[in-house]
Design a protein. Structure first.
Length: 127
């Protein structure tokens, strides 16, 4: 059985890494393309520059950066508002934003019902 080769819009991993940003923009959806046409912010430029030479995972607050081929196979710690969440960038994530993969809200877990929540609790003392 042959090993499955991961591709993005018909391009292999090696082809994507050699590709320029303008060629990559033709492959992604219009919202991400528009974001890339406007250019990167200063914080995003610094992140991309540090990613090229980084050996260990980098911490970032840049949740709005579009994932580009330069970021492939890198590990980034993204801030969720409370903690740092590790994200391993793979080929399926291209064209999406980094914040899409780090949730900022947790599932609500309620405890016992409070006073006034049930008919039987109206006879309990509030003090």
């Amino acid at each position: 059985m042959a090993k499955k080769v991961l591709t993005f819009k018909g391009k292999t991993l090696e082809e994507l890494k050699e590709m320029g940003l303008t060629e990559f923009m033709d492959l992604i959806k219009s919202r991400s393309r528009r974001t890339l046409k406007r250019g990167f912010t200063d914080a995003q430029k610094i992140l991309l520059k540090r990613l090229k030479t980084a050996k260990k995972p980098l911490k970032t607050h840049c949740r709005d950066i579009v994932i580009v081929p330069d970021m492939l196979e890198k590990r980034i710690l993204v801030h969720s508002g409370k903690e740092w969440v590790a994200v391993e960038i793979n080929i399926e994530m291209l064209g999406k934003k980094l914040g899409e993969f780090v949730l900022t809200r947790k599932k609500v877990a309620h405890s016992a019902p409070g006073v006034g929540a049930t008919r039987s609790s109206k006879h309990l003392s509030v003090r």
